[in-house]
Design a protein around this ligand. Structure first.
Ligand code: COA
Length: 263
């Protein structure tokens, strides 16, 4: 299959996958998610690949979120389907992948972008990276596992704060919070991720795969939360505040939720 929205580079047993829509800050549209799903299905069967590094093309963004222009006119059912398909086909698939996936966060990782990084088994961020879940500023909630995985990584209280304020944080703070495992200069990001891949590859691939499964099994409670997230995400769609939030983004202005409330 020819890929238009992702590109890959195989170096020994390490496959680097680039989300490749730099003009749109690598925002995840449906075509990109479809291609990522297809590629992951191939990679999981390929015994020549031992470790995957996931990063963004260009030097500005890892992924700046789901593609807002694609879902701005979605209704409740379409919103739920968007979230649920993404969970199954990409985000849960990455989390449960049979080989390690390292996120190399090379810039903005917002909304679905941070959710993508959080689905990976470990995260290394460059110093220019900015991370956050800004969905409530658009009148929606994180819909690709962010409400669960952020709390699992940094604790409930801080996750609540970041989700409710829609605030972005810098790489240093993300490191202190445990949101990322390591930080480094942007120029050395892929080298650092590759270094971690090399350490992992000294070990038994079978045991590493079993370890991923076992660590994940301890977080099974999150499944209930993921189902609730899909429902709550869908409920935001079609709401006047969602329409204002997404329209404001596309019109490059700040959303005025107060005006919507006043009618
Ligand atoms: N969906 C769709 N398009 C997006 C996008 C997204 N999530 N994030 C960025 N883009 C597009 C912009 O619309 C713009 O396209 P254009 O050149 O055709 O107008 C292009 O990417 C560059 O982004 P721009 O906003 O001009 O860059 P910036 O440096 O001024 O701002 C951000 C960078 C990341 C702060 C800003 O793009 C942003 O807030 N993005 C949305 C983040 C978000 O809310 N994500 C969660 C989605 S659920």
């Amino acid at each position: 299959m020819a890929y238009n929205n992702i590109k890959t580079n195989l170096d020994g047993k390490v496959l680097t996958i680039y989300i490749n829509r730099p003009d749109k800050l690598n925002a995840l549209n449906k075509a990109t998610l479809d291609e990522l799903h297809k590629l992951l299905c191939e990679v999981e069967k390929d015994s020549n690949i031992w470790v995957v590094i996931l990063t963004g093309a260009g030097n500005k963004a890892f992924v700046a979120g789901a593609d807002i222009s694609e879902f701005a006119d979605f209704n409740y059912e379409q919103g739920m389907a968007l979230s649920s398909d993404g969970h199954v086909r990409v985000f849960n698939k990455i989390e449960r992948f049979n080989k390690p996936i390292i996120a190399a966060v090379n810039g903005f990782a917002l909304g679905g972008g941070l959710e993508l990084a959080m689905s990976c088994h470990v995260r290394i961020a460059s110093l220019n990276a900015k991370m956050g879940l800004p969905e409530v500023s658009l009148g929606v909630i994180p819909g690709y596992g962010g409400t669960q995985r952020l709390a699992q990584l940094i604790g409930k209280g801080k996750a609540m704060e970041l989700v409710m304020t829609a605030q972005m944080i810098e790489a240093e703070e993300a490191l202190v919070l445990g949101l990322v495992n390591q930080i480094c200069e942007q120029e050395s990001l892929l080298e650092k991720a590759y270094g971690m891949a090399k350490k992992i590859m000294r070990n038994s691939p079978n045991a590493v795969s079993c370890a991923i499964r076992a660590v994940n099994a301890g977080y099974i409670d999150g499944q209930v939360g993921l189902e609730e997230e899909i429902k709550a995400f869908g409920q935001c769609f079609g709401h006047p505040e969602f329409i204002e939030g997404t329209t404001a983004f596309m019109e490059k202005r700040r959303a005025d939720f107060e005006a919507v409330r006043k009618g």
